[in-house]
Design a protein around this ligand. Structure first.
Ligand code: ATP
Length: 342
């Protein structure tokens, strides 16, 4: 497992990671979520001893990273897919990693096969597409057959078949009893892959909970009812002490009453229903609800603002409303975004 205790990282005045304490357990996929700049990559880098914590500790299966002999056999990671030495072939890149970690060379062809890169094993990595580089990074993570795996945005650049493949791979690795910790901004994908979630905002822990509880606790679930006899249905619900809200599209939304009971009630009064459907918010909605206050960078909805007619290329865009005089403002489309001052 991975255990964090009071993990903190400052970059000058910036607190990137703020007193994080949590445990990532084996046997399930744990998702790591947070808005841009929340501190996910910094946390993962500290797990791998690529960055020194300002305070706090990380333990991998009870040990500090520096105490691990042949670390790739304990923890494998995909952080930046393009961080490979471009002049080396895929096989050579993996062979160098294997040799420096006491891993038998036969393992190289095994992992290349697992990630589907056997045919390009001798090709230089600098010619690889982003998707191929992701696969090579995943091969490196698997090389030492580690008990703990970290994946930072693993589906970046993968096509639908590749996304499906990595989802199953992560689930299989977890079902073998390994610890799998994965960050992604693709909420729909995370909802299909992770059973447990760690959510951070501005470096602080916001949730450490099961996927199911996270969605339930941070979103509203209700039953949607549509009927050609809406007024009669509304009267019936009110007579039963059930509150129903009329939505913009004319349907009724009922909180806190199971769909079965609503259906039976309508049937007992011979009211026709065209829809009776429980609505559960998505992970994306729950995530946005929880983290709304901790999002650092907001874009405005709507169309991009075109350059002002007659403005010279590179001319400053007008300062956005609320800007402080004299402060540098973002350029280009930057007039349409601003850093939230919370
Ligand atoms: N080397 C660094 N020097 C200074 N500040 C840094 C450094 N690395 C990260 N930061 C800052 O720390 C904060 C956390 O960054 P980090 O990359 O960990 O966030 P993240 O959650 O991974 O973001 P994203 O989802 O956008 O990848 C950000 O404000 C970032 O600007």
């Amino acid at each position: 497992m991975i255990e964090l205790e009071g993990l903190t990282k400052h970059y000058g005045d910036k607190v990137a990671v703020d007193d994080l304490t949590f445990t990532v357990r084996p046997g399930i996929v744990t998702g790591f979520l947070g808005p841009n700049g929340a501190g996910k990559s910094t946390t993962m880098r500290m797990m791998l001893d690529l960055d020194n914590p300002t305070a706090g500790t990380v333990r991998i299966d009870g040990k500090h990273y520096r105490q691990l002999r042949d670390p790739l056999t304990y923890i494998g990671a995909l952080l930046e897919a393009k961080s490979v030495h471009g002049g080396r072939s895929a096989a050579n890149h993996l062979l160098c990693l294997a040799q420096s970690n006491g891993i038998p060379r036969g393992r190289v062809s095994e992992v290349l096969d697992t990630v589907g890169l056997s045919a390009v094993a001798k090709k230089r990595a600098k010619g690889f597409s982003l998707g191929m580089s992701q696969r090579l990074g995943i091969a490196a993570a698997l090389l030492g057959d580690p008990r703990v795996l970290l994946f930072d945005e693993p589906v970046n650049g993968l096509d639908p078949e590749g996304i499906h493949w990595i989802r199953n791979l992560m689930k299989n690795l977890a079902s073998q009893g390994r610890t799998v910790f994965v960050s992604s901004h693709l909420m729909s994908e995370m909802a299909l892959t992770a059973e447990h979630l760690i959510v951070i905002g501005q470096g602080r822990l916001m949730a450490d909970t099961s996927m199911r509880d996270f969605i339930q606790q941070n979103s509203r679930s209700y039953v949607r009812m549509r009927s050609p006899e809406r007024e009669k249905l509304l009267d019936l619900l009110h007579s039963e002490g059930i509150d129903a809200a009329v939505a913009g599209n004319g349907s009724l939304e009922v909180d806190g009453v199971p769909a079965d009971r609503l259906g039976e009630l309508a049937a007992a009064h011979q009211l026709v229903l065209h829809e009776l459907s429980p609505q559960q918010a998505s992970l994306e909605e729950a995530f946005m609800q929880l983290t709304a206050e901790s999002v650092e960078y907001h874009a405005h909805d709507g169309e991009p603002v075109p350059a002002q007619a007659g403005a010279a290329p590179g001319a400053r865009t007008p300062e956005p409303a609320g800007a402080r005089p004299g402060e540098p403002q973002p350029s280009g489309w930057g007039a349409d975004w601003q850093k939230k001052r919370s």
